[in-house]
Each structure stands twice: as C-alpha cells, then as structure tokens.
Design a protein around this ligand. Sequence first.
Ligand SMILES: *Cc1c(COP(=O)(O)O)cnc(C)c1O
Length: 409
Amino acid sequence: MPHLALNGGEKICNLEWPAWPIWDDRESNGLLSVLKSGEWWYGKNVKDFEGKFAEFQNAKYGITTSSGTAGLEVALLALGVGAGDEVIVPPYTFMATASAVLRVNAVPVFADIQAHSLCIDPNDVERKITDKTKAIIPVHLAGYVADMDRLNKIGKEHGLFLIEDACHSWGSQWKGKGTGALGSCGVFSFQASKNLNCAEGGIILTNNEELADLCRSYTNCGRGKDKPWYEHYVLGGNLRLTEFQAALLLAQFTRLEEQTLRRQTNAEILNAGLRDVPGVVVIENDTRMTRRAYHFYPFRIDSKALGVSRERFIEAVEAEGVPAGVGYDRPLYKNPLFERKGDGPEHCPISCPFYGRKIDYTKTSCPVCEQVIAETVWIFHNVLLADETAMHSIVSAIRKVCENAGELL
Ligand SMILES: *Cc1c(COP(=O)(O)O)cnc(C)c1O
C-alpha cells in the first residue's frame, strides 16, 4: 500500500489556504472616496502613506515610485552611480536587483550568498571589491535581513553606498530598526504578489534629506523642491503613484503589522516542527533580526540523503495538499541577458564605453548559490496566514514525504 498521496495514499491536508490579496470595506471605501473626491493625482493619500510607511520602518523620508524596479534605478541615479561603475549584487534574487544597475549603465558584479541566510555573503563582497566599485545592493531575501553590521562596515571602509533591496522585507527589523534606512537608502515593492500591495508600486526610504529630495526629483520629472512647475533640474522620469494606489496601500497597511507577526509566529512553528525532520534543513534566524517579514518561507532539502530531486519532492508535498514551489530557479547570471557570448553590444548587456574592461558572465560562478537553488523549497506568504493547526499539518506533510521518499524513486 502506498503512503504518499502522490501514489494514491491518503492526503494529509484538505485545507483551503488563504487567498491573496486580502481586502474588505477598507479598500472599497478608500478607493471610492478617492474616486468621488475627483482628486486622483499624487496628493494627500500618497503623502500620508509615505509618512506612515517610513515611520513604520524607522526611516525619516519616504518617496513612492511606480514600482520597486523604478525605485532601485532612482536610488542608483540619485547616488550618482552610473557609467563604468561596478555594483555588487547577489545572484539569488529577482532580476530587477541587477537590471537596475545595467539600466544606469553600471556593471553588476555578483557576490555569492550564505547558505544559512540565503543573503549576500560579506566575505565574498569583500573579495569582489575593485577600484570601480561604487555600491552594494544586499537583498533581504524572503525578509531575512542581510548582515547589515558587516556590510555597513565594509561600505564605510571602502567608501561604498549601501542600497537595501528591501522588496521582501516590509516589517523586518535589524536590532530594533526597520529595514530600508539601515544603509544609504532602501527600496520596497508593492507589486501584486508582495506582502503590501497596490498592484504596482514601490517606495525609497532614507534618513538623508538631500538624497530624499533628489529621489523625489528623479521620480517627478526632475522638478525641484518648491521650485517653478516647469523648471527641471535632473533627467528624471514620471514614476509617480496615483491616489488610487495610495488608498489601497493605506488600507492594506492597516493589516501589515498583524499579518507580519502572524507569519512570523507560524514560521516559528514550521521551524520547530521541521528542525528534526531528517532530510530537511531549516533556515535559522539571526538573533539580530528583532522582527522578520516572510515573503515566503524557504527551507532546504538534502536531495542526496532523500534520494529525490527537489522538483519531485515538491510534487509529493503538493499532492499532500500543501502549496510549495521552486522560487527563483537559477542564479541571475544564468539568464539569457547575461549569457550572451561574443563581442559587440548585441552580445553583451554592458554597452558602456566608459567601463574600459570586459566582463564575461558565462564565467561567473557562485557555488553556494547554485547549490542552494537546487535544494530550496518556497512556501508562499499567504499560506503563512493560515492558523496554527494548518502549520502542524504542513509539518506532517513534509515529514511524511521525507519518511516515504523511497516511494518516489
Ligand atoms: C519584486 C521585487 C523587485 C521589483 O519590484 P517591482 O515592484 O516588481 O518592480 C525587486 N527586487 C526583489 C527582490 C523583488 O522581489
């Protein structure tokens, strides 16, 4: 008799998992009130949200953007990172972390990640610094805060900007301080899949007033603060949010703290339950994180010990009624964008004549990242909003698959 649901055995969970996004009258009322006011454009709600979110993350200034991607580009522009500069980024992230660097004509240089945090490895960052390095973009992957103590120290020693890609870390804290303004500045995303969502949107946080004003200018057509409307100072874009999006964000924001804590508590139940399951490796939290967001709950499997591929493992877990996925399926440098071979701009993402060097991404190797990518399983953030009993059934499902992995051969 097979045990695994994939083979016709009895399924562990028959739960309806919480859907995403979550919304109620708060969203409808907010949207309708903007509609009826006739004031749809970049006004009171945007300002209100910028202030509230910045305060929540312990930052002085918040500048909303049309997306997290746009926010990263603006942060680089405002810090003066540009043609010929190198920026150190991790390869285990969404493309925007590296493409934003390319979009300002700078050169992404990949540093490996740590297996225990899934975030950028400060030791490898140090090895990748050259005379061209201008900035580091750590990604707080799945809400796990990169080692900001080490990174800030390295940044200070070498005169580098630290831009946090905080696009997974709404609510995460490092030693009691929110992410986003732990370095030079940080960027969050409010795209539809994110834990705080208005379909598309983003925000840059910083404690530096001058930088904040410059970011505002870049997102608002290069206008100056308190300057004539048709006077333009920098090569900006139109990257503003609308009042409708801000109304959605204000409504979603009322649930953020409670949802963040719920996911954190549930993730701790998963950690406690999975820690002693043979074949599973739990990602243990750094105690310097005083609060942690979960954009997803990642864990690793030892596919050698279990004798099954991660893909097969996920199939079996899903058959037990637990939604799980692969997530980022390759290091960024294994994307066709970076793998183009040969000479000439059509073969290379770097078309900057100021760089004066050649970079061949097909030679990039981040072995820890490659290993992690082959073994990591993601459980998405909406699943972590279910109740405690549901968390115990996730543990049972994963334990069952591990104990019966022989059935998957
Ligand atoms: C979502 C995301 C972004 C980009 O945000 P958008 O709002 O989708 O442009 C950047 N970095 C990471 C790590 C992300 O997950």
